[in-house]
Ligand binder design. Sequence first.
Ligand SMILES: O=C(O)COP(=O)(O)O
Ligand SMILES: [Mg+2]
Length: 235
Amino acid sequence: MALLTLPLDATGLDAAIIDLDGTMVDTLGDFVEVLRRMLADVALPPVAAAEVERMVGKGTEHLIASVLHHLLAPAHPELAERQAVVEALFPRAWASYQHHYPAVNGQFSRVYPGVLEGLEALHALHWPLACLTNKPTAFAVALLQAKKLDRFFTHVFGGDAFAQKKPDPLPLRKTCEALRTAPARTLVVGDSSNDAQAARAAGCPVLLVTYGYNHGQPVRQVDADGWIESLAALR
Ligand SMILES: O=C(O)COP(=O)(O)O
Ligand SMILES: [Mg+2]
């Protein structure tokens, strides 16, 4: 695919679906802070940003469970026993996370360089644009509004919008339906293997940014159609 060697309007593509965390907004600081508040509520110590970075991207349930497993591992080295402790703690942790997130959302995060330029370039082509994230929809909408990026998107779908989350292809298929575009003509831009696997399975071409969160793995080893150092490369 000559995605990165042709001008975008000569690629045969006519729409785009863009990921949020790690692609448009560096939200690691938000996650670290909301987890710090949540963990204090359940009498656990905070978790380091480098650990959180490896755990972000598969939605809220996965993030909370991963953090609890990580922190409880020294005291409960046996997996089955730890699982039971995590399950018992989970409802309180979940409720605390939901309680704290709105106040934290966008306060400890920033839009990556080049994002505005890239979105403006797609907007100038009159491509319909959707934001598809594993973050809950309400938090995603509020974050895009706080960062003044909401005006670019006709649709915003979060991890709770469909029956499956990325890396399942269902959210991409459903988002293409909402945009009324064909997957093969819809560019996916993301930062992780979740985005790339979902795009491959849905039949969408996919570009990955090189600066986001990819579960601690090198992003250039992920099967994708290309890598960009900034969304400004879409100009
Ligand atoms: O897992 C999350 O909450 C965020 O994931 P995203 O990279 O799909 O925006
Ligand atoms: Mg992401």
